[in-house]
Design a protein around this ligand. Structure first.
Ligand code: ACO
Length: 332
């Protein structure tokens, strides 16, 4: 049987920075409020003509370069995004694949909001274990600034832009294998976090009538409570299913939405500060890109070592959630 190994990571962060002080000149908020309630100090914003696929390409180039395989060996590309280059078609994955010159490989997007990276990890794992594919490029890329309402202080303080990518490859060495991935969803919470317009769920003639309806809208406080509950339950379950506990985890890499959520889940699992990876202060919430961007940070600062076990945990619009137990297994 083939196993799926997490071989490499890469990320891209646009250069422009939007600070809390900048936001305080745009809406009624303050650095003190944002820092206390979210832990966010700044977020990066893509250039006007910089697309989600442009950012995905830069992250992917690094991931491929670090994977030890040639780009011609990539046989599938999956992109997780809620801010695609084009809303219906073509998919952002096909654009990224072509910009990278990967040839006629299978390429598609999935929509699972902030859980997107965990979802595409589970898809890559399944395709590789089935023997259908051998080297899959997975990318979480978001230009959330394009779907953020900068007159809504409840959301505009949260979101940023960026991309992260990983190469998942077939191996026959079980010690290198992704151990498990859990994913779930509950559409009865759809109204907690949505972009109400732009799809068939809302007639086009109402587009202009509802201000801000093409932007993300969130019932923040309700979402917060479900997030803490769901994220904690999710990681407790995946650890128990695999006879592991918090002490087996080298790096807990949660979706970076709010420091208070991350801390609550880390405390519930009795994890140490060193185990819990926090990047929210510098990137804000980059949805599907947040987990691979955080993994890239610990890779680049040298703290992610070969063989170490990562626990990923995500939660987002849909609602969707997911967790994964992933050893870091660079090609030897
Ligand atoms: N500045 C100052 N005051 C503010 C701001 C702001 N930016 N935003 C809200 N407030 C005010 C509110 O109006 C409210 O005032 P009131 O008490 O007079 O009515 C007060 O602050 C408290 O508002 P809450 O919404 O209850 O604040 P809360 O502590 O819940 O923080 C936040 C809001 C940061 C949005 C938090 O709820 C959160 O992080 N939610 C979860 C986000 C999340 O995880 N989303 C899922 C992933 S995202 C994705 O999938 C794309």
């Amino acid at each position: 049987m083939a196993y799926a190994a997490f071989r490499s990571i890469g990320a891209y962060v646009p250069s422009k920075i939007l600070t809390n002080e900048d936001l305080a000149t745009m809406v009624d908020t303050s650095d003190e409020w944002i820092t206390k309630r979210t832990g966010i100090k700044e977020r990066h914003i893509a250039g006007e003509n910089e697309t989600t696929s442009d950012m995905g390409v830069e992250a992917a180039k690094l991931a491929i370069e670090r994977s030890g395989i040639d780009s011609s060996e990539i046989d599938m590309v999956i992109c997780a995004t809620i801010s695609p280059d084009y809303f219906c078609m073509p998919s952002t994955a096909t654009i990224i694949s072509t910009k990278l010159g990967l040839g006629n490989v299978t390429a598609f997007d999935i929509s699972a909001a902030c859980t997107g990276f965990v979802y595409i990890l589970s898809i890559a794992k399944a395709f590789i274990e089935s023997g259908m594919k051998k080297n899959i490029l997975i990318i979480g890329a978001e230009k959330l600034s394009a779907i953020t309402d900068y007159s809504d202080r409840g959301t505009c303080i949260l979101f940023g832009d960026g991309a992260g990518a990983a190469v998942i490859s077939a191996t026959d060495n079980k010690d290198e294998a992704i151990i498990d991935v859990h994913t779930g969803a509950d559409g009865s919470y759809a109204d907690l976090l949505m972009t109400p317009n732009g799809g068939t769920g809302s007639p086009h003639d109402s587009l202009d009538q509802e201000a801000g309806a093409c932007f993300m809208q969130m019932k923040g406080n309700e979402t917060f409570k479900v997030a803490v509950r769901t994220l904690t339950k999710d990681v407790v379950e995946i650890l128990a299913d695999n006879n592991l506990d918090g002490t087996d985890i080298n790096h807990f890499v949660p979706h970076q939405a709010n420091y208070r959520i991350i801390k609550a889940v880390g405390d519930a699992l009795k994890l140490t500060q060193k185990q819990v990876i926090v990047t929210v202060e510098k990137y804000g919430n980059t949805s599907g890109a947040s987990i691979p961007m955080a993994i890239n940070d610990i890779y680049e600062d040298g703290s992610l070592k070969e063989g170490e076990l990562m626990l990923l945990d995500a939660f987002g619009g849909g609602l969707t959630w997911g967790s994964a137990l992933v050893p870091f297994s660079p090609k030897k």
